[in-house]
Structures are given as structure tokens and as C-alpha cells.
Write a protein that binds this ligand. Structure first.
Ligand SMILES: [Zn+2]
Length: 317
């Protein structure tokens, strides 16, 4: 049985570098926190779920007193098979959580003193994966939807991004191949509550077919009208912040096939912009490192440019 103790754990998470150094001074400190996040304090056997376990291999593994199965601290999590101490991972989590706008692989490499860029890149992708909650609540009750073209700095190639935004609230993005009815429908069904009221511009793809029974306002505006009172202002505002972030933090160097992961990180940060507290964000990331299935290097590299939501929307339908 997985314990969900994040509400307590974030209160316990350090908010400053000094607090961090004190709280997670040793590998044992990090392990204790990890065990709290993963098992609520007392490790359980991965095979028979017994809590009668012995600590072996310097505390990195538990052997079950009932069935003899050995469960490692990180097996079955995003950190499976890591060769680095938890302390190093916690430091990385802290670094990405304290920076409002995130961090590039190059910066992480420098800060952590990693020998290779590839290591830093892999770590960032795992941490980014931890920034997406598996079962996120759909947006509502008032949602704007729009699309934008996002591209690398100076590059001629642009990628289509769908955006759904609550007025002054949460956002979701999807990297999409096109903005036809079927694609918009999959996006809406994945991210927008079935009862939500939707506002869009005049694009014909937003209709009864794509939006279903949701009340829908298609607002056609001139530039002057939009300047006065933009009907999809939250979308436009979010997109401009997103573009600035991609260029500012990542120097526009985002590959097409990884764009969705970056969109997810941006949404994670954006949706927590009013949550002041490094602790809450860092604790959430560690909780997700625990809950998320392992992600191999192969999987990271093979990540297709098709968005995850689109695939899951299709299989769910
Ligand atoms: Zn067992």
C-alpha cells in the first residue's frame, strides 16, 4: 500500500540552502525522507508487502523476513538503478525547485559538477518527468483554448502547441501535429472538464464535434477589440511567458521530440506560481520520483514527438 504523505512532507522540506545543508547533511537523512515518501516511514517488501524487513547493503536494500525477497530503495521508481547517492539527487531537486524559471542541462552540469553533459541532460529529463502528476484534475469551470506556433531561436521551423487555460488559473499544453477537429477533441477530452464553459477564437475546429456538450463561445475579434478586451487573454499571456521561458532558460535549444516534456515542466511551474514555497515544489517532485515508473535512457531517447496526452486519449477512448 502506497502512503501519500506529501502534505506533511513538504512542510518538512528545507526552504533555504542553509536549511537544506542541515536537513540533508548525510545520505541517511535523505534515505529517511525517501522512506517516508515511499512507504510512509517503514519499508515494505515489494513482493509480499510485509513490513518485516532487514536492512542490508548499507541501507540501500531491504530483505523480507517473510519471503526473502530483496527490495531496493529505488527499484520501481524513477531513480531505479541510479549509481549516485540520494543526497546528490536531493540536491538536484532542490536546485531545480529553488529556481523559479528552472534550469538548463548545462547549468545543472556546472552546479552539480557532473563530468558529462549527457548525465545532466538525463537527470533533468527524469526530474521533468517527475513534474507531471499522473492523474491531474481537468481544467474548469471557465476555460480558454487556443493554439500557438513555438519555435527555436531564429529557426524557421515552428511547432504547434495547443493551450488550455483557466482565467488566472492553471494551464495545460499539448505539442500537436495539427489543430483539426479530432486533435482538438482529444486535447479537450483529456484536459478540459466535460461541464466546463469554453471560450475560443473563431477557428472552425472548435465546434460541437471537438468540444462536445461544453457551452462554447467562439469570439471573433479585430486586433483593436483584442487589445481592448482579449477573449482568450489567459492563453495569449501564457504563451508569451512560455516563449520567453524557452528562449531565456533553454536558449531556444529544445528538440521537437522533447517539446512536450518542456511544456509539462513549464505548466508545472506556472500552475504553482502562487504557491510560494520551494519546499512544496521540491517535496512534490520527490513524491513523483517515488511514484513514477522507471524511465530508461532508451525510453528517453525514443520519446516520439507525438504527445503523451494524445496517445493516452486515444487508448482511453
Ligand atoms: Zn516479502
Amino acid at each position: 500500500m502506497m502512503q501519500h504523505t506529501s502534505d506533511d512532507l513538504w512542510r518538512d522540506f528545507p526552504k533555504t540552502a542553509t536549511e537544506f545543508e542541515a536537513r540533508f547533511a548525510t545520505e541517511e537523512d535523505c534515505r529517511a525522507y525517501w522512506i517516508k515518501a515511499r512507504w510512509g516511514g517503514q519499508p515494505a517488501c515489494a513482493r509480499c508487502n510485509s513490513r518485516r524487513v532487514w536492512t542490508i547493503r548499507k541501507g540501500t536494500t531491504f530483505e523480507c523476513a517473510e519471503c526473502g525477497h530483496q527490495t531496493s530503495l529505488t527499484s520501481g521508481t524513477l531513480l531505479e538503478k541510479t549509481t549516485k547517492p540520494l543526497k546528490t539527487w536531493f540536491r538536484a531537486v532542490f536546485e531545480i525547485s529553488t529556481r523559479r524559471t528552472g534550469i538548463s542541462a548545462k547549468d545543472l552540469q556546472r552546479i552539480m559538477g557532473f563530468g558529462s553533459y549527457k548525465t545532466a541532460w538525463t537527470w533533468l529529463h527524469k526530474l521533468r518527468a517527475a513534474m507531471v502528476r499522473p492523474q491531474r484534475e481537468q481544467l474548469g469551470p471557465f476555460v480558454q483554448m487556443d493554439e500557438a506556433l513555438v519555435g527555436g531561436k531564429g529557426g524557421p521551423h515552428k511547432e504547434l502547441v495547443l493551450v488550455a487555460a483557466e482565467a488566472n488559473g492553471r494551464v495545460r499544453f499539448a505539442h500537436a501535429d495539427n489543430n483539426d477537429e479530432g486533435t482538438l477533441k482529444a486535447f479537450a477530452n483529456g484536459q478540459v472538464a466535460a461541464q466546463a464553459s469554453v471560450v475560443t477564437d473563431g477557428h472552425a475546429g472548435y465546434n460541437n464535434e471537438s468540444l462536445g456538450k461544453r457551452p462554447h463561445d467562439a469570439v471573433v475579434q479585430t486586433k483593436a477589440e483584442r487589445r481592448e478586451n482579449d477573449a482568450v487573454q489567459s492563453c495569449h499571456w501564457t504563451i508569451s511567458l512560455l516563449k520567453r521561458w524557452l528562449i531565456g532558460t533553454h536558449a531556444g535549444a529544445v528538440r521537437d521530440k522533447h517539446l512536450q516534456a518542456y511544456l509539462d515542466e513549464f505548466a508545472f511551474r506556472h500552475n504553482r506560481r502562487k504557491t510560494n514555497g520551494v519546499g512544496r515544489i521540491a517535496a512534490r517532485v520527490i513524491e513523483q520520483l517515488v511514484l513514477h515508473k522507471p524511465l530508461t535512457m532508451r525510453k528517453l531517447i525514443d520519446e516520439t514527438r507525438r504527445c503523451r496526452w494524445f496517445r493516452s486519449a486515444q487508448t482511453a477512448a
